[in-house]
Ligand binder design. Structure first.
Ligand SMILES: C[S@@+](CC[C@H](N)C(=O)[O-])C[C@H]1O[C@@H](n2cnc3c(N)ncnc32)[C@H](O)[C@@H]1O
Length: 234
């Protein structure tokens, strides 16, 4: 018989030892949200390994996944969510990261998570309900446009790779807000970068290596062009 709780807590211990989890608040979020509830059909052993788990393919290419727990932890530390924050996540996937953020914002905060595919949204909604996170709003929308209906946000996090900062994310962030995104520097190099708005420019707070699948939807092509032009040095 597999001891689910022991495996869950052992993964959190490992993320802490590796330095991916650095603060007690992020640790508490990880300890309280069971990852396997967001991965039905996946074995408990697999759900509690530090691996990304592909959940949807299109023409043989992965287009959705549960991100690797270590990068989820690193990005949550970068995001520095405060109690009461209003947070927009772009890339709901399984809903796991939204559940962790829901824990961090507490009773007076709000999490809105977007995914571009209706089936992914429906599954994420079910997973979040099973985990008791009934306050998270899961919306089917192209995150390239952000989600103006619930703006402005204290934090915007992308869990899908982008080639540039799109205008909607800038417009929908509070003046004191933080934008965190996996930014492609070249075709093969991606960094999770935290940007703070300071007057009319961005200040970079931190950066970490990452490897996310690319943004789909209306801005996919322009984002791709942006990455290609960076790669040849423009
Ligand atoms: C790596 S997964 C996200 C993992 C997720 N945060 C979790 O905790 O499981 C990336 C997700 O971004 C979604 N995505 C891709 N392009 C998008 C877009 N333009 N708008 C919204 N979601 C998008 C994909 O469908 C996919 O589910």
């Amino acid at each position: 018989m597999v001891d689910i709780s022991a495996r869950h807590q052992a993964l959190v211990d490992r993320l802490k030892q590796q330095g991916c989890i650095r603060t007690p608040r992020v640790e508490a979020a990880f300890r309280s949200v069971p990852r396997h509830l967001f991965l039905p059909g996946v074995s408990i052993e697999t759900a509690y390994t530090d691996e990304a788990i592909i959940t949807k393919l299109l023409n043989g290419e992965p287009i959705s996944s549960a991100s690797q727990p270590s990068i989820v932890a690193i990005m949550l530390e970068q995001l520095n969510v405060q109690k009461g924050d209003r947070v927009l996540e772009i890339g709901a996937g399984t809903g796991y990261n939204a559940a962790l953020i829901d824990y961090l914002v507490g009773d007076f905060g709000q999490v809105i998570t977007l995914d571009i595919d209706a089936d992914i949204v429906e599954n994420a909604r079910q997973h979040l309900l099973t985990a008791g996170c009934d306050r998270v709003q899961v919306i089917c929308a192209d995150g390239g446009f952000g989600y103006p209906a619930a703006a402005p946000y204290d934090r915007i996090i992308l869990t899908v790779g982008a080639g540039d900062i799109l205008p909607a994310w800038q417009q929908q962030l509070k003046p004191s807000g933080r934008l965190l995104l996996p930014l492609a520097l070249t075709k093969n190099v991606q960094l999770s970068v935290a940007f703070d708005r300071v007057n009319s420019y961005w200040e970079n707070d931190s950066a970490a290596n990452c490897d996310f699948m690319k943004l789909r939807g209306a801005f996919a092509e322009s984002q791709e062009k942006e990455i290609n032009s960076k790669a040849v040095g423009f």
